[in-house]
Design a protein. Structure first.
Length: 193
């Protein structure tokens, strides 16, 4: 698991980057640090315990990345391609995702709780035990995905597709749903109350 070492700058509540004393925002040449961090993550090697919080990422190709137990809390992802990636047990809590693509990815055991997700695609993904608690999702597609034991409790879902998904033991209690489709999915094996 990533180390929760506080940033050395007094009063900063973010975690320090790996092998550094400060968070990204307080690093010297933070733009260069961010670019090299993105480049190092973009290969297909397995990276673990990376901390990259409170960062805005736009038009990035993270397809085929392999990340384990990383912290991306409170980031903004705009037009970021995570297709075919493995992002296992990673933290994406309180993020904003806009026009992102997770098709064919394996994001099992990850935490996306409290995030806002707009116009994003999660088709044919492995989302077993993934925590989507309290998300605000609009115009998203989770079709053909395995959502075994996933948790969407207390989420607000508008125009969201769950067509032909495995919903066994998925938790949709206390959700607010408008135009949500569970067609061809085993929704009777999920919890709604
Ligand atoms: Zn800091």
């Amino acid at each position: 698991m990533f180390k929760c070492v506080p940033c050395a700058v007094e009063g900063c509540r973010r975690y320090a980057l790996e092998d550094m004393y400060t968070c990204l925002q307080h690093a010297e040449n933070s733009d260069e640090v961010l670019q090299s961090l993105i480049a190092s993550l973009s290969d297909s090697h397995r990276h673990r315990d990376v901390v990259m919080t409170d960062v805005r990422l736009k038009d990035i190709d993270f397809s085929n990345v392999h990340l384990t137990t990383c912290d991306f809390a409170r980031c903004v992802f705009e037009n970021v391609d995570f297709s075919q990636s493995k992002i296992q047990a990673c933290f994406f809590d309180f993020c904003l995702f806009e026009n992102c693509n997770f098709d064919g990815s394996d994001a099992r055991h990850s935490v996306v709780a409290g995030s806002k997700i707009m116009g994003s695609s999660f088709t044919d993904t492995l989302l077993i035990h993934t925590n989507f608690m309290g998300i605000d999702a609009r115009d998203c597609d989770f079709s053909s995905s395995d959502l075994y034991y996933s948790n969407f409790c207390s989420s607000h879902l508008v125009n969201v597709q769950f067509v032909d998904c495995n919903l066994k033991n998925a938790d949709f209690r206390y959700t607010d749903r408008q135009n949500v489709s569970f067609k061809y999915s085993n929704f009777e094996e999920a919890s709604f109350s």
